[in-house]
Design a protein around this ligand. Structure first.
Ligand SMILES: Nc1ncnc2c1ncn2[C@@H]1O[C@H](COP(=O)(O)OP(=O)(O)OP(=O)(O)O)[C@@H](O)[C@H]1O
Ligand SMILES: [Mg+2]
Length: 246
């Protein structure tokens, strides 16, 4: 479904991704954890060419790009395969919840407006926001805005959903409702790559957890093994710091 090989990225002298290899199977939920600055967001952003990698291959749902030989059409084609949910929602402020959800359906997928609206209402209902279709982002809480962003990601029926710390900008009391929506998506057999600081959530929903540090994948495994019996010192140290805070 998703395959990354030899992915590297520099910002100036800073080698942010060092030859990353990663495979995600259809319907697999993979959580990425790791310290700040380890390259987690950059990795997700490279997967849909929001950042241009220096080298490496990215294949999503049968479409492959070679970072050294990018064609103009590659970014568009690759973005058709995935949808990203950001920490800060990134909704259009001058559009209602419904308009935000159906924008890509109308503009990119060329769906007619009535059909898009039917689907949009269904998706808002799915994230518990049926009554907020005509609300503008400024009228919604952070948790509600993030749920709109998730509905928007689902709208294009992507092969894989990429979530980058979807709850870390939220007040603690709003985290639960967003995690609940993500849980409900996992139940629908979506393929998902999620960067999160919510360790107990990662443990609960992920089929596999990847620990990244300094631009490399240090260790990966099923949640029980990775959290219960980490093998690498770097992983132990990170988990020690994280869990001592809780
Ligand atoms: N646009 C950019 N220009 C220059 N350096 C960048 C840019 N984006 C990220 N970096 C650097 O790349 C490294 C990895 O950043 P990245 O945002 O991928 O880390 P992260 O693992 O997502 O961290 P966090 O947990 O804080 O979100 C950091 O050293 C960061 O400063
Ligand atoms: Mg990040």
């Amino acid at each position: 479904m998703l395959k990354v090989s030899g992915l590297s990225k520099h910002f100036g002298d800073n080698e942010v991704l060092k030859q990353i290899n990663l495979e995600v199977k259809r319907r697999e939920v993979v959580a990425i954890i790791g310290p700040s600055g380890s390259g987690k967001s950059t990795l997700l952003r490279c997967l849909n060419l929001l950042e241009t990698p220096d080298a490496g291959h990215i294949e999503i749902d049968g479409f492959e790009v070679d970072a050294r030989r990018l064609k103009k059409s590659d970014a568009y084609a690759l973005r058709q395969k995935s949808a990203m949910v950001f920490q800060h929602y990134n909704l259009f402020k001058n559009k209602t919840a419904l308009q935000n959800v159906i924008e890509a359906l109308i503009v990119t997928k060329k769906m007619n407006k009535p059909d898009a609206e039917v689907l949009g209402h269904k998706l808002l209902d799915q994230v518990g926001l049926a009554s907020k279709a005509s609300s503008y982002p400024a009228m919604l809480s952070g948790g509600q805005q993030q749920r709109v962003a998730i509905a928007r990601a689902l709208a294009v029926n992507p092969a894989v959903i990429l979530l980058d710390e979807p709850t870390s900008a939220l007040d603690p009391e709003l985290v639960g409702e967003v995690l609940q929506v993500i849980r409900s998506i996992v139940d629908t057999d979506t393929t998902m790559l999620i960067v999160t600081h919510e360790m107990s959530f990662a443990r609960e929903i992920a089929d596999r957890v990847i620990f990244m540090a300094d631009g490399s994948i240090i260790e990966e495994g099923d949640p029980q093994s990775l959290f219960g019996q980490p093998q690498q010192e770097r992983t132990k140290k990170f988990l020690g710091t994280v869990f001592s805070k809780n």
